[in-house]
Design a protein around this ligand. Structure first.
Ligand SMILES: O=P(O)(O)OC[C@H]1O[C@](O)(CO)[C@@H](O)[C@@H]1O
Length: 619
């Protein structure tokens, strides 16, 4: 029916969107009047200074709103080696090292920051004890309890954590062993997992699957993490007849995220079309009594696992959100938890040099002037860690990217994260990093073990494939530094459940500490709501457009309308551009809509529906 799609083979050109970066170096990094951060625990208000008052004067002097002067980076190899050794952090049990020597912070800077760190670390202690660290939403922040339930502020929560973990392990075992079977699978057991979720309900599981799933997992996992119909179709098509042996896990903390709901509805339709009973293969991970939880309960889904109010989406990898998908792939989740617990332990110390999360926060502060003036490029030199940057992107940017600080000052804070993997990116954008605009620092992730033991060979005398990867990382680190580009290097012995758990915990804590240093709430995401609300308004407008077109198309003869006329009749003349886009989109999708005219000159377009819907007319 649609003829508009033919007319408009490409969308109209728009002016390039200018990126108005509101963060300038002139924004004071310290606000001397905004140095206290009140936590409330239950009815009791626990005063926790994110920054102690008594140090505020010194700090204000140290940072008077101007970018701090930076001396040139140390270039003398002997001095650099001393700096490397002096600052090298090692976590023996995790096989993890952190090298911050290629970030140019000075001893004076560290001394100036010390009181702020002490205050931040103290605030983290309160947070772990159950303070309301997310004041806007009145929530505790408890992801640290997930890997050590004894830390939970009361017995009830402790029990909930332990019971959930036991239930996850039992359920995963029963699925893998075939004790729980899909009703009509030729395989006689579940062979695939289809995970439906978005943001924090997808990124952790995706990262962990890529990092840790064995080559032949007991269940293979795939993801629907968008409301793109073609993407959803692709996943379902790839499953083919294996849909009958697919366990569908729908993950949504709120239980009402539109993309996830749409994914669920699409998957349920695919099940219906294939004559399968979705409920027998569906699992929900969500907060108790959410829309999703109620749907799953009423429809009698195979299983439900809780998501807790006090665990944020982006810090939910160690909750059922991350653990169930991982366990189903045969990943040792207790080891992941153990790795995270070890890192939690290490990042509680108040000794800055011994605290790798605090060291990261220190580096971020130094490198970005505490206002996100530089981006963080995350470069793991290991294919299996490909999705680390995407995972960290949400963890860091959704946590730190805030318009207002905790005292209501407009600060437009944040820390931009992007990256992919080395050495691949050396053939993409490292050219610009080395020589172009100097607006970043790098975090290299190095993995010492190239391959499982016994599999290596020398592709030229004395040199393995992994030696090249190693050389590429070291070479890039040196070449960037030689051109005054700073970097951090985190090294792990191997990519194991333990080290991955450790890395997740390291960055969670670094974000928490850094947020306290810059006095923002890391645990809410008010900015996301604006886009969601606007999307809802677009869909509401679309319904009005359809009603107006329907009315005109039911006339005898049919009355084709210009865009102006549609906008007038919708009583939204100011929305004419959006109406144009709505019509173009519907026309491109066989929506019984006929548009005549030229796409390049929207004023020439006249539009009507191919059929009149009388029911809608009188609805
Ligand atoms: O798990 P939910 O509630 O579906 O939310 C998904 C994601 O949407 C957000 O709320 C906003 O993007 C994220 O914080 C969250 O991880």
């Amino acid at each position: 029916m649609a003829s508009f799609a033919g007319l408009c083979s490409s969308s109209p050109s728009l002016h390039p969107k200018h990126n108005h970066n509101q963060i300038t170096k002139l924004i004071p990094a310290f606000h001397k009047d905004s140095l206290s951060f009140a936590f409330q625990s239950g009815s009791k208000s626990v005063a926790v200074q994110s920054v102690a008052r008594e140090v505020s004067t010194d700090l204000t002097k140290a940072n008077d709103g101007l970018p701090k002067p930076k001396r040139g980076l140390e270039k003398d190899p002997h001095a650099l080696w001393r700096r490397y050794v002096d600052w090298l952090y090692q976590h023996k049990e995790l096989g993890l090292y952190l090298d911050v020597s290629r970030i140019g912070f000075t001893d004076e800077f560290v001394a100036e920051m010390e009181p702020r760190f002490q205050a931040a670390l103290k605030a983290m202690e309160e947070l772990e004890k159950g303070a309301i660290a997310n004041p806007d939403e009145g929530r505790m922040v408890g992801h640290y309890w997930l890997r050590n339930s004894k830390l939970a502020p009361n017995k009830f929560l402790q029990q909930q954590i332990e019971n959930t973990l036991d239930a996850i392990c039992k359920f995963a075992d029963e699925i893998i062993s075939g004790k729980i079977k899909p009703p009509s699978s030729p395989a006689g057991r579940f062979t695939q997992v289809l995970s439906v979720g978005i943001g924090g309900s997808a990124l952790g599981p995706q990262f962990v699957a890529e990092a840790l799933a064995p080559d032949n997992p007991p269940l293979k996992i795939r993801f629907i993490d968008n409301t793109d119909p073609a993407g959803i179709d692709h996943q379902i098509a790839q499953l083919g007849s294996e849909l009958a042996s697919t366990l569908v896990i729908v993950i949504s903390k709120s239980g009402g995220t539109p993309e996830t709901r749409n994914g669920l509805l699409e998957v349920q339709k695919a099940f219906r079309d294939a004559g399968l009973d979705f409920a027998k293969q569906g699992v929900a991970i969500t907060q108790e009594n959410s829309l999703l939880d109620n749907t799953a309960r009423i429809e009698g889904w195979l299983a439900r696992f809780p998501m807790f109010d006090w665990v944020g989406g982006r810090t939910s990898e160690m909750s059922a959100v991350g653990l169930l998908p991982a366990a189903l792939q045969g990943i040792n989740i207790r080891e992941m938890l153990a790795g995270a617990a070890l890192m939690d332990e290490a990042t509680r110390t108040r000794v800055l040099k011994d605290n790798p999360a605090a060291l990261l926060a220190l580096c971020w502060y130094w490198a970005t002037d505490g206002v996100g003036s530089k981006d963080m490029v995350v470069l793991p030199y290991k294919d299996s860690l490909l999705l680390l940057s995407r995972y960290l992107q949400q963890l860091v940017m959704e946590s730190l990217g805030k318009e207002f600080d905790l005292d209501g000052n407009r600060v437009n804070q944040g820390l931009t994260v992007y990256g992919n993997k080395g050495s691949t990116d050396q053939h993409a954008y490292i050219q610009q990093l080395r020589e172009g605009v100097h607006n970043f620092f790098v975090t290299f992730i190095e993995v010492l073990r190239d391959r499982p033991p016994g599999h290596d060979w020398e592709l030229e005398p004395g040199v393995t494939c992994g030696d090249y990867l190693f050389g590429m990382l070291q070479g890039t680190r040196s070449a960037l530094y030689a051109n005054d580009r700073e970097s951090i290097t985190a090294t792990v012995q191997e990519v194991t459940p333990r080290s991955v758990g450790g890395l997740v915990a390291l960055y969670e804590r670094a974000v928490g500490i850094y947020a306290l240093l810059i006095n923002i709430n890391a645990y809410h995401q008010p900015g996301v709501e604006a886009g969601k609300k606007a999307a809802g308004e677009v869909l509401a407008l679309q319904k009005r457009v359809l009603a107006v077109l329907n009315e005109a198309s039911c006339k005898e003869p049919v009355e084709p309308l210009t865009l102006e006329e549609v906008a007038e009749r919708c009583h939204t003349p100011e929305e004419i551009e959006m109406i144009y886009k709505i019509i173009a989109h519907m026309a491109a999708n066989d929506r019984a809509l006929i548009a005549e005219g030229s796409c390049g000159s929207p004023r020439s377009i006249k539009v009507f529906l191919g059929e009149c819907n009388v029911d809608q007319l009188y609805a």
